[in-house]
Write a protein of this length. Sequence first.
Lengths: 111, 121
Amino acid sequence: QSALTQPASVSGSPGQSITISCIGTSSDIGASNYVSWYQQHPGKAPKLIIYDVSDRPSGVSDRFSGSKSGNTASLTISGLQAEDEADYHCSSWTSLNILGLFGGGTRLTVL
Amino acid sequence: EVQLVESGGGLVQPGGSLRLSCAASGFTFSTYWMHWVRQAPGKGLVWVSRIDGAGRITNYADSVKGRFTISRDNAKNTLFLQMNSLRADDTAVYYCARSPAGRGGPGFDSWGQGTLVTVSS
């Protein structure tokens, strides 16, 4: 199974907004509402920040938002802060929901 | 508080075997689907395998099918990953992760700290 496609890196200044894309196919993102996003700081375990395309777990800042259009999911971070600098990973499942997929990860740099 | 603690990683020669464990606490382990996810050094996350709460249903990524076996001991609140015929490209940090309640899919809401597996001669 092929991984989802994310940009290798994005950057933004404090206070700005950035969007990270996650491109799949009609067999995974296009067929599933189970898209999730994870934040991972260096040397740490991933942390769930978005699930079911656009829902936020309790305790996650509302500066993080998710959406989906066709075969592409997106993560938007508004009001960038220094602590947002991390790797971000998207995830979905195949249309039969038996195989998991991740994107290659996107390194966010806060300038 | 939900806790997942992996162990069992280490250095192993190509062709060798290793068994990873993930000790769970703070929730009713037997009611959750559990997963293994790995991350090669400097690379992205890769889903490896999952198992249902009862231990009856398992799924694997193509890259590990036939070599890895996921299992669980609900009496001991422990998840396992038996890894055989290890290859250099299996080198990674291995995380155990929990699916949301009532689902077997993504939205992994709890993760362990990971255990490093290095396959090298």
